[in-house]
Structure formats: structure tokens, C-alpha cells
Write a protein that binds this ligand. Sequence first.
Ligand code: ATP
Length: 292
Amino acid sequence: MTIRVKSYAKINWALDVLFKREDGYHELRTIYQTVSLHDNLIMSKTDSAIEIICDDARVPCDETNLVYKAAVKLRQATGVESGARIEIEKRIPVAAGMGGGSSNAAATLLGLEKLWQVSIDESQRFDIAASLGSDVPLFFMGGTLLGIGRGEEVYPLEEVECASLLLVNPVIHVSTATAYSSLRRLTREASPRKIPFTFFAAKGIRELPLVARNDFEEVVLVTHPEIAEVKERLQRLGAKLALMSGSGSTVFAVFDNLKTSERAQLEMRAFGYWAELARTVGRKEYQSSIFE
Ligand code: ATP
């Protein structure tokens, strides 16, 4: 038996870092959105080994891969003895703020439950996911989601729809750890009561793309001017919004129509950037299309 799972990417319409908690994590308020760009995971059973294969050399295929970690944790939780061979067709840029590894981990848990014919309850699945990373649980639900805590606690929101998104990556690496440590300075002075809900409380969630923001931009754009340049170029090409996703380095842009976004894609590629067209994937479509 072979199981194919679509592992979608996410963007953040909004990302507020409130303060550093006593456990060392930052308290976030974020609005996640799943988008059509996705990796594919192809899984088949083995006697006992967990084997990872990936077509992107930047992805480690050892026990540090989140897919590997997810498989081991599921095996421990269920007592299954079988193994799996998991092939990752990587389409989501690596370490780029689009949750690629996290999405792969969630897709692995869902896929292996089918492959191994085991089931775990929702709270157990959530605990495994949250232990793998703050951005993992969102990928069980998909669509437009509010993320609180360190981002692991997610709630469905009214869906934001956008048919003409352009995802652009300047192919530079931004260290999430450095981004957070630079923010520490910022959050020390910021009000811990800063809450992004005023964005859509005032404007209505349908207008969210117009009021989106990301706290990380303030620190990351200074150290990585290439990202600021991407934003400026996208705006010049007619983007209604160009915002960094997560802690970078991908910038997503919202366009009025497909034609303008396609033209912008060509221009951005001509500058040497990775640039892919995408659209939002709502919860219903997300959940019904994970397994092909
Ligand atoms: P997030 O938005 O969740 O912070 P990201 O999109 O910035 O994540 P990922 O693509 O998840 O970043 O990759 C982060 C690091 O995780 C990479 O440097 C890579 O070495 C490692 N990694 C482990 N497993 C995977 C995987 N399955 N796919 C991609 N990267 C992985």
C-alpha cells in the first residue's frame, strides 16, 4: 500500500509577538492561512526501518528530519512495530517561514495513522504535534486560523479568500532564533497587552489582507535588506499587500487579479528570486484534499 499526502504551506496574515514567557517561549497572536503551494509525501510500509528520502539536498534525511521525529513519536504512542519509507517531494522553500517542516510533520502523523492502520485520539495527536513544533497543529485543521500561546493553540476563523497570491523568496536564510532574540529587545519596551484582534474587529476579517502585519519585519528587514527590496519590488509591481511570512525570508503578495500576479511572477523571477503563484486554501478544501 502506498499513501500520498499533500503537505500544504502556510503564511501568516498577522503575527504579533507579545512577550517572552517564563518557559522561554514567546507568547504570540497570529493569524495563519494555508495556501495551495504544497510538498507531496509518499509513504509505504517497511518491516521496521524509518527511511526518509527527499529531492532537496537542503533537507536532512536523518533523525533530525521532522518527518522522522513524527514517525518515531507515533510509533511510541501506538506500539506499532512496522516502519515506513517516506519520500518528500519538496516544493516549499526550506527554512523560509512557510512552515514546510511543520506541515510535513503533521502530514506524516495523519498519513502514518492510515498506513499503519492505527488511530490515536485527537488530544494525543495534538500533544505529539505540539512537541514537534509550534506550527505543527495548525496543519490538522487548515484554512484561516487564529494561533495563540506559542502558536500551537489554534482556532478556526472566518475564512479569508485570495485567488491571486504571489510567494517570493530571495533565497536567503533567516535564523528564527536570531529573529526572536532581536525581538526580545523590542518586546521589552512594547506593551504586553498589544493584541492584533483590533485589526479585524475594526475592519472586518474580509479586509484582513489590507490590515495584515508582522512584528518580525521590524527586526528582520534591518538585518536582511534583500527582503525589504523584495517587498518594495512587489509593491511597485502592483501588489495590494506585500508582507513577510513568519520569521522570513518568504514574502507573500496579494494582487487584485491573476494577470497582474502572473506578470509580477515573471518580473520577480527575472530578478533571480524564487517566485510561485498561489491561492488560499480554505478549511473544507484543505481537509478533503490532503489525501489524494
Ligand atoms: P516555520 O515557519 O515552522 O518556523 P520554516 O518554514 O521557517 O518553519 P522549515 O522549512 O520547516 O522552516 O525548515 C526549518 C529547518 O528544519 C530546516 O533548516 C531543516 O534543516 C529542518 N527540517 C527538518 N525536517 C524538515 C522537513 N521535513 N522539511 C524541511 N525542513 C526540515
